[in-house]
Design a protein. Structure first.
Length: 671
């Protein structure tokens, strides 16, 4: 168990001489929480003299231009295609402007607070007693106990800031967030493995009791005639026409993200290589970039992670002889982003914590028995050109400001030439029903539990999302695949269905407008819809879909960013894990497959002295002909069949699966 927050014992600034505070009518609501968490118990008012380490994140400048900047280096018809920025250029382009800094400083100084501005001018920090914070933000701080871990953290239901200050503030911590750091698939922490989530009740020891996947007997590892039963590396190479790799540029190791409790096992890898890919040397293993106490390798088979083994056994056959780098750390995407971009570290935090208390782990962790008791790692690694991530949660369970701040960071890394590929989710248009998911008995939203529930961070427009396809029994690798659906494939006996749908936060990005318009024009879903977006100012609660859907009875949004962008196989995947052959499933498989293909294309571009690809979507949507369109299947959820895979883009399989020769030809033709 570890806490994300502890009360400071230090003495606070002396507030004995407070001047009069602004009156309520000048204040406006900045953030409010939807009180549905069953995980946290309000255990009473926070003691008025305890000290809160307050952080005020300032609104960044030029964010309105950010999309344009990104497009300039990633749109195939731009003269600046591939001319990625340095991290210094990125920092300078977005630092908060002087007006924001001065307006917020003046507000605090008027309240008799002496704030410290962070080095990159992104944060004000100060210590305040609960009493002081209550009056500053016209709120009441309470203590909440995490019923799963026993951790206690302060938070409020809502807080207010002066009207003239509001637009200069991103968000304030501690604030409305009550997101636990260590229990994986809980929606209240927003992070779960896409493939076989298992519940780790607040400890750091492997405790996997996920559903055992189907065992599998290898009989013809190189044969393409059994790909309808088991997807082997040979099947994947045939499906996407990927030739054997031969290049290994020193700066093109493929990045894969693994969160806590995911170890890889050398003996498992050796057995897999020996049976399926004899061209990969026995003993081949990833390099580990250990973040904040992540631990590298184990040879103890029973604790190796299904997610890590799946990711590695899919990516190696495609990228070899290139290496793989595992970004290993305990929890949260922000810690990864901190480690590969030091400016993000300072941007989201100040001094020792670096991140949002309550959402991200706090380091040094002096409470957990095996906690990482050093400072947060900032900018210690250079990001890999490609990062594959098979973890996520639901958009409805993560505060809007937090999501947007993190989404901006994906944009900034895209500007620097990094491609992020995320698994789109395994529960179709909704979440899994409780208890597997944390969004109630249906896993869907609204008072009737019938509104589609898109995934996080997938709706962020600056990442590439990968949905899942499958080869149905009796079909061959030379026929088009279908959207993945497998009643036997989900966790806790739930159906497994490829994640897809529309954001309630982000509008449809430019690069996707035609594709989505075509989908609605030619294949209008039969369900009622609504057209609304949540934003911080008018609707500070996280996407309150009741409010968004209004009284239309609509169950999905017509004006939100569509997910996924592309697809790759994700059912009946042959792996070797925990000492035996198994079949695995999930968009967890799809992301590393597509990411490995992108890594191969980068390999060729680097060999030709070109840049890495960076943000992929503008090119993919401009050139759908480089993908195999998937037109069969649906992604059930929320008591419906979900959306349909149709001709052109759809919210089930996106633009389709990779056609490696066509992708290579197009991307090599770009500057
Ligand atoms: C969402 O909006 C509805 C309608 O305005 C309101 O009744 C409900 O309380 C809101 N939900 C939350 C959790 O704020
Ligand atoms: C931040 O850290 C510096 C040095 O470690 C210290 O002097 C300063 O008081 C800290 N500020 C806050 C707001 O914690
Ligand atoms: C798969 O095989 C292993 C080892 O032979 C065995 O322990 C496990 O129970 C089997 N699982 C199933 C679902 O048959
Ligand atoms: C790899 O990157 C390093 C530092 O970023 C650079 O100095 C080196 O020249 C690169 N290597 C090649 C072969 O491009
Ligand atoms: C990542 O680090 C954790 C400890 O934080 C360790 O248990 C796990 O084995 C590591 N995973 C990988 C893939 O190296
Ligand atoms: C891999 O090499 C190790 C040590 O050299 C050996 O013990 C093991 O049997 C080999 N594994 C396979 C699958 O060939
Ligand atoms: C397995 O790991 C232990 C330490 O964790 C080490 O002593 C042992 O030699 C390793 N075995 C193999 C086969 O690598
Ligand atoms: C982040 O801030 C810390 C402490 O203020 C500083 O030491 C470090 O250099 C900063 N890193 C970057 C990349 O700005
Ligand atoms: C950090 O943890 C290690 C191992 O658990 C322990 O030996 C060390 O004393 C700890 N250091 C601090 C400062 O707590
Ligand atoms: C799984 O999908 C089937 C349709 O194939 C449906 O009848 C069933 O209710 C679904 N089960 C769950 C738990 O959603
Ligand atoms: C199309 O998808 C359905 C399931 O939705 C499946 O039963 C059927 O076999 C698929 N057809 C082809 C040609 O793969
Ligand atoms: C079915 C099969 O080919 N199994 C082989 C997998 O690899 C191990 C190690 O090389 C062999 O012992 C098995 O025969």
């Amino acid at each position: 168990m570890h806490f994300s927050f502890v009360f400071l014992l230090a003495t606070a600034v002396d507030f004995a001489h407070c001047i009069a505070l602004p009156t309520t009518h000048h204040h406006v609501l900045h953030e409010a929480r939807d009180g549905h968490s069953q995980r946290w118990a309000n255990i009473g008012r926070a003691p008025s003299n305890s000290v809160l380490p307050m952080r005020i994140g300032l609104a960044q400048s030029n964010l309105d231009k950010a999309h344009e900047y990104l497009n300039d280096v990633s749109h195939p018809s731009s003269a600046n295609y591939g001319k990625h920025w340095t991290s210094e250029q990125v920092i300078n382009a977005f630092r908060p402007d002087e007006t924001s800094i001065e307006t917020v400083r003046q507000w605090l100084v008027d309240a008799d607070i002496k704030p410290t501005l962070s080095e990159n001018k992104a944060w004000f920090a100060f210590d305040a007693t609960v009493k002081k914070a209550d009056s500053l933000l016209h709120t009441e701080y309470y203590e909440y106990e995490d019923l799963q871990t026993g951790g206690v953290m302060p938070a409020c239901e809502r807080y207010h800031v002066p009207k003239h200050v509001q637009k200069h503030i991103d968000y304030i911590t501690p604030g409305i967030k009550l997101l636990a750091p260590s229990d994986q698939p809980s929606a209240s922490d927003g992070l779960s493995k896409r493939q076989q989530p298992s519940r780790h009740h607040g400890n750091r020891h492997p405790n996997q009791h996920s559903r055992q996947r189907v065992n599998y007997t290898v009989n013809a590892a190189q044969s393409l005639s059994t790909c309808d039963q088991a997807i082997t590396p040979a099947c994947i190479a045939a499906l996407y026409q990927i030739p054997p790799g031969s290049l290994a540029h020193p700066n093109n190791s493929m990045g894969i993200f693994e969160a806590e409790l995911q170890t890889w096992d050398q003996e498992d890898l050796n057995m897999f290589f020996s049976n399926f890919t004899s061209y990969i040397a026995n003993g081949t293993h990833p390099e580990s970039n250990l973040i904040d106490g992540g631990v590298a390798v184990t040879n103890y088979t029973s604790t190796s992670g299904g997610e890590a083994m799946l990711d590695l056994e899919l990516a190696y056959p495609i990228v070899y002889p290139q290496t793989i780098t595992v970004w290993n750390y305990t929890w949260g995407f922000n810690t990864l982003l901190d480690a590969i971009d030091g400016s993000f570290c300072n941007y989201t935090a100040f001094n020792e914590t670096g991140n949002a208390p309550g959402i991200d782990p706090t380091y040094p962790d002096l409470i957990a028995p095996l906690g990482y008791n050093h400072t947060l790692q900032c900018g210690v690694y250079k990001p890999t050109n490609v990062i594959s991530i098979s973890y996520g949660g639901q958009e409805a369970d993560v505060p809007i400001a937090y999501q947007k701040r993190q989404c901006n960071e994906y944009l900034k890394l895209g500007l620097q030439g990094v491609s992020f590929l995320f698994a789109s989710g395994d529960s179709g248009v909704g979440n899994y029903p409780a208890p597997s998911g944390d969004d109630g008995p249906t896993g869907c939203l609204g008072p009737k539990g019938d509104i589609f529930n898109p995934t996080w961070p997938n709706t962020c427009p600056y990442i590439t999302n990968v949905g899942a396809t499958k080869v149905y029994p009796g079909r061959s690798v030379y026929e088009p695949e279908s959207a993945a659906f497998d009643p036997a494939g989900g966790i806790y006996s739930n159906n497994y269905s490829s994640g897809g749908g529309f954001s309630n936060i982000y509008p449809i990005p430019d690069y996707q407008k035609c594709a989505v318009a075509n989908f609605f024009a030619n294949h209008t879903p039969s369900y009622p819809s609504y057209s609304a977006l949540a934003d911080n100012a008018s609707n500070p609660v996280h996407p309150n879909v009741t409010l968004l859907a209004g009284s239309t009875g609509g169950i999905y949004n017509r004006i939100g960013r569509g997910v996924p962008d592309v697809a790759a196989n994700g059912d009946n995947i042959a792996i070797y894990h925990a000492g035996h052959f198994q079949l695995s499933a999930g968009t967890s498989a799809s992301a590393p497959i597509f990411a490995a293909i992108i890594n191969r294309i980068n390999e060729e571009r680097l060999a030709a002295n070109k840049s890495s690809l960076g943000f992929l979507n503008p090119t993919l949507y401009q050139h759908p002909e480089i993908l195999n369109d998937i037109t069969n299947g649906t992604n059930p959820g929320c008591g419906t069949l979900g959306f349909e895979a149709v001709q052109g883009w759809d919210p089930v399989t996106g633009l389709g699966t990779a056609n490696y020769p066509k992708m290579l030809e197009l991307f090599m033709s770009l500057p």
